[in-house]
Design a protein around this ligand. Structure first.
Ligand code: TTJ
Length: 648
């Protein structure tokens, strides 16, 4: 604005859709890629609602060459008749009326009809244009909106005309095409992988739903359809794991408060993997529904152990965690008026979800356990719990060791750690360096003010295959645990984190990749929040140095090498670094450690289920599955792709 003085004519009452453009954060969280894709999910949600209410079975998403996206379904179609009080067609209401409140992540989802159109107006408000076709009662209706300047002011999502009957049709359903507005989102475009991952999850969560994605920009097409729903989801996550019972246990139940679906399976692993959802939204931080389920599961199986004589009178009950060792579990809840809490607003807060999920779970498993077919399942659960309880005792001892490392006499364990001078965690970095020789160079080359070095001599053990007591018994792992000062597992406390950047520095070869995968697996299993909170990084060492008299350039990938050679010109030489150990301290500093010059890749986990599958496939014991996975994701080891391929 040219001048900063205000008078009364500048004070406007924000009306309708224009409010969305002024405070996009309130409606879509951010105007980054996440908010951009939110526009699409607002539309898709409507179609999912329609289909889960029993109307239609197919959703298609098309990413068009002009940057717009088209969503179709074969449901009943948005209402076309006039809204009695608003005197506008249903279509116009859906796309121009802001849903009251409109606060991001605080919507009351309609899972069983009634509240259609929630949020679609937000997509319209933030689009350059939006076009709707409704196929209903044998007629095709059309309406178009655009965001454009009217009397010198940019107005959001204004109808170009009324809803029109444009002729007969044999189809049924709704077709919406919209172009996100560059004035809001700049150069952001739809990301095939982001959408692909989410629709796959939606297909698992909504059994029977057929969902297709076509990317016309790059000629890609995928389609998902799971008749088994979350049962298929479990089988997908556990592909390649050794199962203790032939098929996942599954039940669903409904009351006037919640609709509940659970699938659960035991594998021979030692960790718990629970994925919960509310209204198709992942609740990464868990919440009341998860608590209710867990409490029911523990109660039912302890009762069963007593009544069947599996637990003798004087023996103690199993703990909840004993029953959850090696489980993969998907809990999907649908309910109204959800409240999300927690740091990332992904924790369900509604107290009634705990009591209802607990009640329904007890009721349903009790029914299943009366069935002879599930006798074997119950035995699997109890045997697993018994083994878990036994190692829990051993783990307790090991945990005491881990806690003791926080005290004065941890000298032995952190003996190899070269600590930094600064005591401020936010400023401090820990380099976990492969090999003693590279570790030595890193110690000499570092800025000791804020950079600590921990050399790893051998390969630390594979966290995926060991029980917690063995993991904690490993010296390399214990050194890492004591250096970070957070504790592990349920004891993990991010506030005590000694180094806010934990940087894994390993060679750019197979062994280095393996060490990196082992460390990430350990963090994923025992310090997941370290990754979630963005503290874990991969350092990228150079692969080559191209040099001649008076010229030197480091090259970080094969792909960049030809250009570097060209820049060097005649008479150049190439030094190829086979490992970090070949660099002297100065070189290591300037290529890999100096914050002004280095490249770090932050490790993130957006999609915990996919990351879980990735980690088990990569680190678990099913070699065939691993080979298949590597073949599919061939650039897993390319650091620049790390986020996309491994965790993100
Ligand atoms: C609501 O109840 C009366 C009959 O129509 C129901 C309805 O609105 N169904 C409906 C809406 N199906 N699909 C939509 C829809 C689809 C897209 C792609 C976008 C939007 C905003 C709504």
């Amino acid at each position: 604005m040219a001048n900063n003085t205000y008078d009364s004519k500048d004070i406007v009452v924000l009306e309708g859709l224009d409010a969305v453009r002024l405070r996009p954060g309130m409606y879509i969280g951010t105007t980054g890629p996440k908010g951009f894709h939110h526009l699409l999910w607002e539309i898709v949600d409507n179609s999912i609602d329609e289909i889960s209410n029993g109307y239609g079975d197919t959703i298609t998403i098309t990413l068009n060459k002009d940057g717009s996206a088209t969503v179709t379904d074969n449901g009943r179609g948005i209402p076309v008749d006039l809204h009695p009080t608003l005197k506008k067609s249903g279509v116009e209401v859906v796309f121009t009326q802001l849903h009251a409140g409109g606060k991001f992540n605080n919507k009351s989802y309609s899972y069983s009809g009634g509240l259609h159109g929630v949020g679609a107006s937000v997509t319209n408000a933030l689009s350059e244009w939006l076009k709707v076709e409704v196929h209903k009662n044998g007629r095709k209706y059309y309406m178009e909106f655009s965001s454009r300047e009217i009397n010198g002011k940019l107005k959001s999502g204004v109808p170009l005309g009324e809803l029109e009957d444009v002729g007969p049709t044999k189809q049924k359903g709704t077709v919406v095409t919209f172009l996100p507005d560059k004035r809001m989102f700049g150069d952001i475009v739809f990301n095939f992988e982001t959408i692909n991952k989410r629709i796959k999850e939606l297909a698992f969560l909504n059994k029977g739903l057929k969902i297709e994605l076509t990317d016309l920009r790059q000629d890609l097409h995928v389609a998902y359809h799971y008749e088994g729903g979350i049962k298929d989801f479990i089988e997908y996550i556990d592909e390649g794991k050794t199962k203790l019972f032939s098929t996942p246990m599954y039940f669903s139940a409904e009351s006037d408060i919640v609709k509940l679906e659970v699938a659960i399976e035991y594998t021979d692993s030692y960790t718990e993997n629970t994925f919960s959802y509310v209204n198709n939204i992942p609740t990464t931080e868990g919440g009341t529904h998860e608590t209710g389920f867990k409490s029911a599961w523990t109660k039912v199986f302890n009762d069963y152990a007593r009544s069947s004589g599996y637990l003798k009178d004087k023996e103690q009950n199993f703990l909840g965690e004993d029953f959850r060792e090696g489980i993969t579990c998907v809990i999907a809840v649908k309910m109204h008026n959800v409240e999300f809490e927690g740091q990332t607003k992904t924790k369900l807060g509604n107290p009634e979800a705990k009591t209802e999920v607990e009640r329904l779970t007890i009721q349903e498993i009790t029914k299943l356990l009366d069935n002879k077919d599930y006798e074997k399942f119950a035995t699997v659960v109890l045997d697993k719990a018994k083994a878990a309880a036994k190692t829990r005792e051993a783990a307790k001892r090991a945990k005491e060791i881990s806690r003791a490392t926080k005290n004065a006499d941890n000298f032995n364990l952190v003996g190899k750690l070269a600590a930094c001078t600064s005591k401020k965690g936010e400023k401090s970095e820990l380099f976990i360096v492969e090999g003693d020789s590279a570790g030595g160079s890193a110690k000499q080359g570092r800025d000791r003010m804020f950079q600590a070095i921990l050399p790893l001599k051998g390969k630390p053990l594979n966290a995926e295959k060991k029980r917690i007591d063995q993991v904690l018994g490993n010296e390399e792992i214990r050194t890492i645990i004591s250096a970070l000062e957070t504790g592990i597992g349920e004891d993990y406390n991010g506030e005590n984190l000694r180094y806010h950047k934990v940087i894994i520095l390993s060679d750019a070869d197979q062994d280095g990749g393996h060490i990196r995968a082992i460390l990430l697996t350990f963090f994923f299993r025992y310090m997941r929040n370290l990754i979630m909170d963005g503290h874990v990084y991969i350092g990228l060492p150079p692969l080559y140095r191209v040099f001649k008299k008076g010229y030197s350039e480091y090259v970080y990938s094969d792909y960049e090498l030809p250009a570097a050679i060209e820049r060097a010109g005649k008479g150049y030489q190439i030094q190829r670094y086979k490992g970090l150990g070949e660099m002297n301290p100065e070189q290591l500093w300037e290529t890999t450690m100096d914050p002004d010059k280095r490249t770090l890749v932050q490790v993130t986990i957006d999609d915990a289920a996919e990351a879980e599958k990735m980690v088990t496939t990569w680190m678990g014991d099913n070699i065939d599955a691993r080979k298949a996975y590597i073949a599919l994701h061939a650039n897993f080891n390319r650091e620049d792709k790390f986020n996309e391929e491994f965790m993100d």
